[in-house]
Design a binder for this molecule. Sequence first.
Ligand SMILES: [Fe+2]
Length: 480
Amino acid sequence: MEKDRNKQETMDSHAILQRMDFLNLKVGLERCLEDEDFYLDVLEAFVEENLLNELKGLYLENNWAKYRVKVHTLKSSAAYIGAEDLSAKAKRMELAARDGDDDYINRMHYPLMVKYEDILRQIDRILQLRGTSHYRNQIEKFKLLLVDDNELFRQESAYVLSMNYDVEEAGSGEEMYQKLDSGFIPDLILLDVYMPGADGHRVIKDLRDNERYGDIPVAFMTADNTPESMAKGFREGASEYITKPINREIVEARINRVLHLSRLQKSLQHEVRLRTMVDKERNQRVATVFEQIVNALANTITAKDAYTRGHSDRVAKYAVMIAENLQYDQEKLTYVRYAGMLHDIGMIGIPTSLVNKPEKLTEEEYATVKKHTNIGSDILKGITAVPDIAGGAKWHHERYDGTGYPDRLKAMDIPEIARILAVADAYDSMTSDRAFRSRMTQQQVMNELEKGIGKQFDPVFANIMLEIIKNDVDFELREK
Ligand SMILES: [Fe+2]
């Protein structure tokens, strides 16, 4: 029986080709100089060349240069065998890969793969009728599990279906689970509705609740094809309804419909999972690199003046504390931290003698030091991904009342990041020891901040800072 079942009828080349009605046979034959046998050889080569895995891999790597080459190969070979629609789709994809059109590639990659795999599978199935020894079957058959208590029906159906599918049988719901537990995970379960003991309705309900096997699609098989019975089956989660006695061509068409849909769904889920993973990793990498660059830049300040570096780190910390009160999300908080770390980066362009000068600066010297805002913003303006960084360096010495520098911006004309930094910066200056003065007491700091509300500081951010100070009972927030 087993042996007979696997035996394939052999057909002549012409008859085999006639079954490939999804190809433009006229074009294909013409390309093969009307030699039908050779055309079949070319079709075999097309199946054996199977580019699916390579294309999927290159797609996931976003390697559009190599992806383009493979899609080009697919376009040409598909055109050669007369798969015109596939070739046209591959051509469109090739153009998208050439232009780096991510949007089109992401939208159309899977539909193209499904179309390609579909054609490979159809050609492969029909080529088996050739029965030639040199042909190696490349494509795995779909697996079906046939669950029916009627042994004769089961065996006959299994025999018919085994031409194109890998079929296993089970005589009851219980036997179905034995097969599943033994490791045979089918692409589709064909389930008889009327069985003694647990009937099909019962079995599908159990199966849907099953954590391991709940996703396997099910097609009901029954002689009862009344609309009520069919509606009930679909409600219970059946994907298809097959009427007994079975007709091979109709059954295959229905089975294939379910298989294609579920395969598409699975590929998409798989793809989404992979994409999410890849994107997460990529974003993580970018964030790490960015963090390292910001740190490297901040370290250039340390080389100039150790105090300024300590100052910048603390300003970053206080600015983040203020921003946390504004319900900033994690990404924005990170930007605030970077802006704080780099707000005085322009100091590297100011003579060291002035940066570290213990005495009060002369007017001329002060004018020089003031230039650190524009120097800083020039250094950072290339970082367009985080515009706050350059803006923070440029305008953190602006005052709310419009008397600050370098541009005498007023109130809301000053970017938010700069208004936050102004408060954090002033707070740190007041709570740090300088060569010419010691730090203020916490009460003095609060008085100064209150005095500056609406003048030097944005009232909202100054008040948030005052709240933070009130909660800092032990005066921990200061230079150590
Ligand atoms: Fe500054």
